[in-house]
Design a protein around this ligand. Structure first.
Ligand code: OXD
Ligand code: MN
Length: 598
């Protein structure tokens, strides 16, 4: 194979700094995975689950000080603070390079440095991208095997190009004395840094072995760095699921969905429709990369190869197909261990097991007032095992997108569904996506946390410029070929604090309406906030929601919207003169229409 001098000299440079005992280039084979899993079994990091119940699967328990992405230790290091914008943590690149070089110095002693060549997206896809992670964590290697395409083929496709993202990851836990025993979850909880250098397409991560802090292909590469590449090159890197929906007549459409973390993206991506004859299949559950095809439509790929899903709450009832996916070949992190050697988490079964070992390795019984699994316990599982994975999920050219669904978690004001009138109107709606910080009563506006396009923690540059990028995408495109945009809210609550909409499979009724709107076949009412179905325009056959509730779910709460406008204005004000005029105009238009509707 042709050698890639730039790659090799970077690997040498990092090895000189971190001083691992050995450097191992990963080939992505099953043998490599098995060897590393066995190694982690021997060091006590991995517990092998009961082979009959959960074949080729492992449980891993992290250090209690390392259980989630840490946004306050995540930095976007542009040359100037202005480039990172008001919503990101900025840090001066020179300063942080000095600090982190100090931390990396000798940080891999006593460990192996693995060189992971990975492709986000099918290898060789015109939408896909290549990256490398240099890590001293075998846990990261095994997870990356599942979450991306790892191996020698990536090196072949790369050739001698230097178009790759450079990721460095160290646990920050060197073994300096050969007699020093390792711990099951090495990390350096006091010194966590997850730093992105968008200008040089680099990611430097230190101190954490968990999730999006350590599996650098996911949030760090596929969203924060890729969002910058997408802006520079005229495409879109979004925090979106991708689903395929087929009507009873066999007509197919693809939709994406942008929802903040913990709003059920994985469940929606694999939903089992309650309406007869409709089918939903999954392409991806977290990230979409979209480029214009020759026909002028936006085509999306899922850059990932697996699901890194939140385990608690996942059950046969909430997500039958996720349960089917994680039946084998999976890694579980911070779940409970049952007596028969399987995993368990809250709500996985109707009844909790009589006893388990909790994620902190303590005896646990249902009567105890603490959960058995960490609330952010995860499964890492191959997407290809999903019983409803769409045949074309690995199509290198992607799938043409007909609709974007967007939405937050709003107890009040925002109706079940409303459709944008235009791309700019939809961009406006996505830019004001929000969730209440506290569970507000229906009709009242709680303190809102805005999360534009669900990208607040994941946008690698100034959010105002990111919004302009959306507007520019619309300007470049043939309007008739752009996706329709629908704002959905599954989380409305009654005055008594109960969810008004059943959600899960019943969301298929909203998908059906959106599907038919894309073809101009379903009716809608024009309202101050957008186009909406009246209750009789939605397929409600067999739906167990009373008429009054349904009416409320589909009513424009003009007073509530007017009450939210100052918060939207304050949200917009932080972008200063970077706020696109088109969006300021949309906000003014909304105010006018609401005043008129009062
Ligand atoms: C995730 C997240 O893990 O959005 O996907 O936090
Ligand atoms: Mn996510």
């Amino acid at each position: 194979m042709a050698r890639n001098a730039k790659l090799e000299s970077w690997v040498d440079e990092v090895a000189k700094m971190c001083k691992p005992d050995a450097v191992q280039w990963c080939d992505g084979t099953q043998e490599e995975y098995d060897t590393l899993a066995q190694l982690m079994y021997e060091t006590g990091t991995f517990i092998r689950l009961n082979e009959k119940l959960r074949p080729n699967s492992f449980l891993c328990r992290s250090d209690p000080a390392d259980v989630a992405r840490v946004e306050d230790r995540t930095y976007i290091s542009w040359a100037t603070k202005e480039q990172a914008g008001p919503t990101n943590n900025w840090i001066d690149p020179n300063e942080i390079r000095t600090t982190m070089t100090g931390l990396y110095e000798g940080s891999m002693q006593g460990r192996t440095m693995y060189v992971i060549p990975y492709s986000m997206g099918p290898i060789g896809s015109p939408i896909g991208r290549i990256g490398f992670i240099l890590t001293d964590s075998p846990y990261v290697v095994c997870n990356m095997h599942i979450m991306s395409r790892v191996g020698t083929k990536v090196l072949e496709v790369l050739g001698d190009s230097d178009d790759f993202v450079r990721g460095v990851h160290s646990l920050g836990a060197p073994l300096t004395d050969p007699k020093q025993p390792d711990v099951p979850w090495p990390c350096n909880a006091e010194n966590k840094y997850i730093v992105h250098f968008p200008e040089t397409r680099e990611i430097w991560s230190f101190g954490s072995g968990y999730g999006g802090n350590a599996l650098l292909g996911k949030k760090c590469h596929a969203l924060r760095i890729a969002s910058v590449q997408a802006r520079d090159e005229g495409w879109m890197a979004e925090h979106m699921l991708i689903l395929k929906i087929t009507s009873p007549e066999g007509e197919v459409k693809y939709m994406t969905g942008a929802f903040p973390s913990a709003c059920g993206k994985t469940n929606l991506a694999m939903l089992t429709p309650t309406i007869p004859g409709w089918k939903v299949e999954c392409i991806g559950d977290d990230i979409a990369w979209m480029k214009f095809g020759e026909d002028g439509r936006l085509y999306a790929i899922n850059p990932e190869h697996g699901f890194f899903g939140v385990a608690p709450g996942t059950s046969e009832d909430s997500n039958h197909h996720a349960m089917g996916t994680l039946r084998k070949n999976s890694i579980f992190t911070n779940c409970a261990l049952t007596k028969d050697g399987d995993v368990w988490w809250e709500e996985m079964t109707d009844e909790a097991p009589a006893e388990t070992v909790d994620w902190l390795r303590r005896h646990w019984e249902p009567s105890m007032d603490r959960p058995a699994a960490n609330p952010n316990a995860r499964f890492t599982t191959p997407a290809g095992q999903c019983p409803v994975i769409a045949d074309e999920w690995e199509d290198p050219k992607g799938v043409p997108i007909s609709a974007f669904l967007i939405g937050g978690r709003r107890a009040g004001v925002v109706p079940l569904v409303h459709q944008a009138r235009s791309w700019n109107h939809g961009t406006f709606m996505a830019s004001i996506m929000s969730s209440e910080k506290t569970a507000a009563a229906a009709g009242k506006v709680g303190e809102l946390r805005f999360d534009p396009m669900a990208m607040l923690p994941f946008c690698g540059y100034h959010m105002g410029d990111y919004l302009s990028h959306w507007v520019e995408i619309g300007e470049r495109a043939d309007a008739a070929k752009l996706p329709e945009i629908f704002y959905v809210n599954w989380f409305r609550k009654s005055d008594a604090g109960k969810f008004m909409w059943p959600g899960f499979g019943e969301n298929s009724r909203v998908l059906k309406w959106a599907f038919e709107r894309c073809d101009g076949k379903a009716d809608a009412v024009d309202t101050a906030i957008g186009q909406m179905p009246s209750p009789e325009m939605l397929d409600t056959d067999g739906l167990d929601v009373d008429a009054a509730t349904l009416k409320e779910l589909l009513t424009v709460d003009a007073a509530g919207w007017l009450e939210s406008l100052p918060a939207i204005e304050a949200h917009y004000a932080q972008f200063g003169d970077k706020l696109p005029k088109a969006l300021a105009d949309e906000l003014a238009g909304l105010r006018q229409r609401l005043e008129a509707a009062k």
